[in-house]
Design a protein around this ligand. Structure first.
Ligand code: ADP
Ligand code: MG
Length: 240
């Protein structure tokens, strides 16, 4: 579903991605791990056209991602993104946040969008909070609203960028549980995370990125349990 072929990306003189090749197949959960500054967020942002890459190709279901073409908007609706900071509209309720994209970007019928939105909030455990404003919710609840908002676009895949990094430790579990249930239902997911337990339990494959290069990739058990490369070993020693 997602294919990167020798993707390079620079910010001015700084080359951040130095030839990234990898893929995420339909229904697969792939975790992208690596030190801060290694280029993880940049990969996600190139995938849905929030950043322009300079070399190589990215394809989504065979379609070339080109952030300079109008078709990128189509691709963005197919690849939802969940950020570390939830980016909810503060003056709209949970449900209003969830239906914003379907109604205003995709032109869905507001009544149907509300019904589906309420169903999605139930599904992330927030049925009783659909009329709350973000300021009345915990960080973990806000992140679950953000996941419901992503699902409301009926995406083909979801890109998660450290979805639990900004949360108090006791709130992390509820968010990971929602992500785990999405994985079980077959959602295609690319997840940047430092939650190694989640990666080990849920990911089909793990990519380890360091300095803009994928240093090691493979089955989650192999990369996390028996890493081959000294840089992967060193990273895992520090985060585990
Ligand atoms: P990660 O998500 O792995 O922490 P990022 O992809 O955010 O890493 O960043 C990779 C590198 O690119 C870092 O050195 C960062 O400072 C740099 N970078 C990211 N975004 C920009 C930008 N908009 N302009 C200049 N440099 C950037
Ligand atoms: Mg990042």
């Amino acid at each position: 579903m997602i294919q990167l072929n020798n993707v390079t990306k620079s910010f001015g003189a700084l080359q951040v991605l130095k030839g990234i090749t990898g893929e995420v197949q339909k229904g697969e959960v792939v975790c992208l791990i690596g030190p801060s500054g290694s280029g993880k967020s940049t990969i996600l942002r190139c995938l849905n056209g929030l950043e322009v890459y300079q070399g190589g190709q990215i394809h989504i279901n065979g379609e070339l991602v080109d952030a300079t073409k109008p078709a990128i908007r189509q691709i963005r609706t197919r690849m939802a993104m969940v950020f570390q900071r939830f980016n909810l509209f503060p003056h709209r309720t949970a449900l209003e946040n969830v239906i914003e994209g379907p109604v205003h970007v995709k032109g869905e019928n507001p009544k149907e969008a509300r019904e589906y939105g309420a169903h999605l909030l139930e599904r992330v455990g927030l049925g009783a909070r659909k009329d709350y404003f973000p300021g009345q919710l915990s960080g973990g609840q806000m992140q679950r609203v953000a996941i419901a908002r992503a699902l409301a676009m009926r995406p083909e895949a979801i890109l998660f960028d450290e979805p639990t990094s900004a949360l108090d430790p006791e709130l992390v579990g509820d968010v990971l549980d929602v992500m785990r249930s999405l994985a079980e239902e077959g959602m295609t997911m690319l997840v940047v995370t430092h939650e190694m337990g989640f990666a080990r339990d849920v990911a089909d494959r793990v990519l380890f990125l360091d300095g803009g290069v994928i240093v090691e990739q493979g089955k989650a058990d192999a990369v996390l349990g028996a890493p081959q490369h000294p840089r992967t070993q060193d990273f895992l020693r520090r985060v585990l």
